[in-house]
Design a protein. Structure first.
Length: 298
């Protein structure tokens, strides 16, 4: 994607694409094993991008780059998805899982200052807190009756994405975006394979629902979502990118309303408005901090 693409356009695309993963899960609901769907999702993406990966290897792809992209695939794709899916399977309500996942921007902001030397000002902290409150309004706060360790899995899922975000910012890598996604997807496929085998056969029944779910996951939830996530991280701060995650649960509800005629509750609309306010304050705070640095003031 061209470096001249406005950042705000990339961020808007990220919000829409990242929220598509929940719709993909809905499309895959009738498949016997969600791990089977995730395995084949990453196998197909890896195979599709293999020619570009081979070209990158001939152009001088280093073992350091392969190691970095492998770590990103292990944490951002396998860890984030596998732990999150298992938590919901064990009884963690989807709304609660979304709330736990929405802790990611706050966790990232808390770590970027000591680890990456990125300053997070008071306006950004306020925006992050308001954004989290907006997610809570949008998805509700039912705790459910899952075992305590299931909630720990959901928390670990969130932490896995935080770790991947910090790696991507702390260890910059110049690997072109699509070959990087190819490496990440192949690593995720290898890690998902045993989970798919444990839940049954690794060979899927080729039916319309399975093909639709895989195609959706490949186009929107992998190439678009992860591609835009890494691209935005290359262009701006981890705090600003993380704040965009707040908008994905409300946007998911709009997807569900448009595709499955699920009703939009007034509280969800209110939550969306609060999320927008929180993200706006986070962006404004970051802009003010950059302006202060540019002028040498505080």
């Amino acid at each position: 994607m061209r470096a001249t693409t406005p950042l705000i356009a990339l961020e808007a695309g990220l919000i829409v694409a990242w929220s598509s993963g929940f719709i993909g899960a809905r499309l895959a609901a009738d498949v016997s094993s969600v791990f089977l769907v995730l395995f084949w999702r990453f196998v197909v993406v890896g195979l599709l991008l293999l020619p570009l990966l081979a070209h990158a290897a001939r152009a001088g792809l280093t073992w350091r780059s392969i190691a970095i992209q492998s770590a990103l695939g292990a944490f951002a794709m396998f860890g984030y998805l596998a732990l999150g899916v298992k938590a919901i399977e064990l009884g963690v309500p989807t709304g609660t899982a979304a709330l736990i996942s929405a802790l990611q921007p706050l966790a990232t902001a808390a770590l970027v200052a000591p680890l990456l030397k990125e300053r997070v000002d008071r306006m950004q902290w306020l925006g992050l807190a308001i954004g989290l409150a907006g997610v809570g309004l949008a998805v509700g706060g039912a705790l459910g009756h899952a075992p305590l360790w299931a909630y720990a899995l959901s928390l670990a899922s969130m932490a896995s994405l935080v770790i991947a975000t910090l790696i991507a910012k702390a260890v910059p890598d110049a690997t072109p975006l699509l070959p990087a996604l190819g490496i990440q997807s192949l690593v995720a496929a290898v890690l998902f394979a045993p989970l798919a085998v444990l839940e049954g056969s690794i060979v899927p029944e080729i039916e319309a629902g399975f093909v639709t779910a895989i195609a959706w996951f490949i186009l929107f939830s992998t190439i678009a979502a992860y591609g835009l996530y890494w691209l935005c991280l290359r262009r701006t701060t981890a705090t600003r990118v993380g704040s965009l995650i707040y908008l994905t649960p409300p946007v998911t509800m709009i997807w569900a309303w448009a595709m499955f005629a699920e009703p939009l509750a007034p509280m969800a609309v209110t939550g969306f408005a609060v999320c927008l306010l929180g993200v706006g304050l986070t962006r404004w705070g970051g802009s003010r901090t950059q302006a202060c640095r540019a002028t040498g003031s505080d």
